[in-house]
Write a protein that binds this ligand. Sequence first.
Ligand code: XCC
Ligand code: SF4
Length: 636
Amino acid sequence: MDTRARFKKKKAAPKVQNETARVIYERLGDEVLTTPARVERRGTTPCLFGKGGTCCRVCNMGPCQVVEGVEELRGVCGASAATVVARNFGRMVAGGASAHSDHGRQVAIDFYETVHGETPFEVKDKRKLRVVAQALGVNPDQEEQALLQEMAEAALRVFNQQEGEIPLLNRAPEKRKQLWRELGVWPRGVDREVVELLHRTTIGVDQDHRNIFMACARTALADGWGGSMIATEFQDLLFGNPGPIKARVNIGLSVIREDMVNVAVHGHEPVLAEALAIAASDPEIVEEAKKVGAKGVNLAGICCTGNEVLMRRGIPVAGSFLQQEAAIATGALEAVVVDVQCIMQNVAEIARHFHTAVITTNPRARMEGAIHIEFDARKALECAKQILREAIARFPKRDKSRVDIPDHSVDVVVGFSHETILYMLGGRFRASYKPLNENIINGKILGVAAIVGCDNFRVDEEVHVELAKELIANNVLVLTTGCAATGLGRAGLLRPEAAELAGDSLREVLEAVGCPPVLHMGSCVDNSRILIAATEMVNTGGLGEDISDLPAVGCAPQWMSEKAITIGQYFVASGATVVFGPDFPTLKSQVATDFLFHEMERIFGAGWRVARKAGEFAAIMIDHIQAKRKALGIDK
Ligand code: XCC
Ligand code: SF4
């Protein structure tokens, strides 16, 4: 057969994981190379050594591919598969922790500048001030200005402290704190732990996989109970604690507006999106938009920035990670404004085929083909207006014949911060987890599961949805964050009416309070809300003495970013077992994987698991919940 003819043969359209994106891509045809097409071109099998964690490239004698159990296939330096795998895992944990924590640090800086009168923002959530002050070891009984300033300094210290203990971990259950102290994994300061983990995993330093994994636990704890928690709490203080709010998710005509200048906010730091939201309703900006024939400026979120403004302002989310290209390819976005994390370089490529401006705003993250307008919280409104003007100027260039907005958006009810759950499920006791605990003890609620993390162009998006349905049908209450939450929203599971999909007893509990069966708790840094909720359940009583006693479990079925690995590691080190899929980055070393899956279980009372299909996830998670119920003596 003529090979050229074979190459010329028209390929079948690439498999697209997401229905809305598929509709949009179809119209795009071969005009531009999309991510699913790239997945297809690269083939379905990623590098096996890389995937299983046994490719070491930390020194220039390598890179070495290592095979477990084959002496002559150790690294040139003699490194074993377990060491290489642990090192690579450690570098992922450090990478993920650095991302959440650099975000958290920026929020702390914004807070510092705000309380010193340097930004247009103000502290919105005064109710939470005392709680956060106490958690940071700051005396809450002082005059407000002094309190705010001291809190700002204490928040910054979480990052640069060199010795001692990060105070926020004191919020954990007593038993857990004791364990962390005994194990020597209580982190000293975020920056110190990340630097130390990177140091340990260079050539010729830590060569005991157990020791490396314990350092991973310490660094991950610095993220969950440190950097991420600072991000969540100080964002709440600055922009308000999320409460129940109705909104919409997914691409649709009420999300991307045909008659308005559309600006997508994509990335992770809500401060930029908050400033854009204020600027978008400024009469001056509205007037300018009208001058070019639009009714005004419309904002829509993508990824975790989307979750942040969805939770606090009800601004619609156009898409999760999976839909960033599709949102642009509707042909109706004047600008995609990005800050940091999860912004695919291909976004600039797609935008090039439309009138859409990609605007980078953060000095840490620039992109070829983008316009750079640096965002400075101290000049937040000026920057935001400059960005919006750039978008407004693009509106007349929109080619109406290329606009295609599938009307797929769905109603959601979101805003389930730990405090919202406290009030909503609190019932007649008000502001208490007691009714929740009681419903778990009496078996109406079997347990609690968190579905968190990314979506992934190599995985079928239905996994999240099928899994959530299976869990709620079995009376498991589901919490969710990140892109998983957006996916579950698209499937209609964030509506109170979805309670009808729940098992009878869970349904009864949900309908009494008007709650959806899947509770959206926010962005990925907001996984720290889950740590607090779990602790609250322990402290409320009746469900054991530690997070590891709870009939609760987490999962990330489509993990993609290093950040997800860090989150998994801090959940496990905090006592919550997690199931990841469809694969896991240590599987080519049985020795290392055994440590994470079994030895950690003995040390921390929780371990890692891996699953592929929704049914496998559900089976592992429900079994886990049932085993915990049995241990508590509340199984029927
Ligand atoms: Fe990124 Fe946070 Fe993952 Fe989504 S879930 S793909 S990390 S945006 Ni956070
Ligand atoms: Fe190879 Fe060892 Fe260098 Fe890694 S550290 S690349 S295993 S020689």
